[in-house]
Design a binder for this molecule. Structure first.
Ligand code: ZN
Length: 92
């Protein structure tokens, strides 16, 4: 099993707008039930998740919102090659 603690920590620092952007990048590649939960969160961000959905969100969706930056040890948003720091230097 992959150790997701670091990913979770980085993902929890995302603001709601960044989480939405990450989910838009992930939703088409995701399997159920993750994809269904992401679609709900994208369509109705204010609607609370059920305890079961929340568990899937915390364990599977949240850690997948961040990826390793391709140039530094930091984390980038899912679907983006660079973290915010590196995007300033290398990004378009
Ligand atoms: Zn970086």
């Amino acid at each position: 099993m992959k150790d997701t603690a670091e990913f979770e920590k980085a993902a929890k620092q995302l603001c709601p707008e960044q989480q939405q952007e990450a989910m838009r990048n992930l939703v088409d590649m995701a399997d159920e039930p993750e994809a269904g939960i992401m679609r709900q969160l994208l369509a109705e961000p204010q609607k609370p998740l059920s305890p079961k959905q929340q568990n899937v969100f915390d364990k599977h969706i949240l850690p997948s919102m961040v990826e390793r930056c391709s140039t530094c040890p930091g984390f980038s948003l899912a679907g983006a090659a660079y973290c915010e720091t590196c995007a300033v230097e290398y990004g378009s």
